[in-house]
Design a protein around this ligand. Sequence first.
Ligand code: NAD
Length: 336
Amino acid sequence: MILITGAAGYIGSQCALNFSINKYDDIVIFDNLSTGHIETVKKLQEINPKIQFIKGDLKNKEEISNVFNQYKIDAVIHFAALSQVGESVINPSLYYSNNVIGTINLLNSMVENNVLKIVFSSTAATYGEPEYIPIDENHPQNPINPYGNTKLIIEKVMDDFDKAYNLKSVRLRYFNVIGADEQTRVGEWHNPETHLVPNILKSVFKNDVKFKIFGDDYDTKDGTCIRDYVDVIDLCDAHLLALEYLKKYNKTDVFNLGTQEGQSVKEIFNISQDVTNQKIEYEIVEKRLGDPKILLANSLKARSVLNWQPKRTTFDSIKNAFEWEKSLNDKLKASN
Ligand SMILES: NC(=O)c1ccc[n+]([C@@H]2O[C@H](COP(=O)([O-])OP(=O)(O)OC[C@H]3O[C@@H](n4cnc5c(N)ncnc54)[C@H](O)[C@@H]3O)[C@@H](O)[C@H]2O)c1
């Protein structure tokens, strides 16, 4: 059985769906529903009735330890975390206790129960301000906010747990994740939403909300920031491959997940207008502190070692995200 933490959230739910469709349908989800949704878990259980759900908090040692007593876990896919950069700056204590202490509780339970394989959601935020582009896995890691720090600390804890207890981890450092399930069964549902694509799409449904571009005088082709957008379904394929890699080689490793193609905020905005077939209102506002002008992944290692091949175009991803956003909007309207 596979334990997936945080699968009531955006990326974890997509992975639980992908794993269900592929050969790992024996799944237990552990989530405290702090940013995830019970409706998402119910939808996953409708699709795969074998999915078990435990509502619990990683900060509580006993709650996570009980999962290992109750189920025979073979490996863990660990998404559960708080991940809003701005919130982490205002409330670092919350982030260190949730992400770092929560993960240590999880790792301790794993070691106690001799479960020694984990795939971990790390992030490009561990690199901080890029020293060169594209960023490969050997790029120095100097996070510039508490959120990035928590993920880097966890990576180091995992290294030490490997040396001491033989716990093997594959750390996947995601760049900017976009898109949704092609049948709108799951998708991005954050509140507040801090990510670019859902915010552009949300402004289509809310006449009073104007989409904001943070700065248009960066030294880039059109003055807006450039990021590396990777589709969530492609990203989940990489998790399946990472688990296979752990099973085959029993080796700790790290991989960037990005497409290696940078797109500016304005380019994403224009694709969103094409997808929605609407003229979307926007305004230019102040730059945000700590936003590097360009972040781009070198993902050759994931392609060559894991044999990962991102397949979806940005247009496909935004189209799926728009269909999901429409269905979410309808669902929320109906429940009000
Ligand atoms: N979305 C991105 O673009 C992106 C980029 C890089 C890395 N990541 C990482 O990917 C992972 C998933 O991100 P997401 O966008 O799906 O986030 P999300 O907020 O949608 O999902 C996180 C899930 O974890 C659960 N959770 C949080 N703390 C918990 C705890 N203490 N105990 C139990 N459950 C807990 C939440 O309830 C939620 O369901 C996170 O670790 C995040 O840091 C995301």
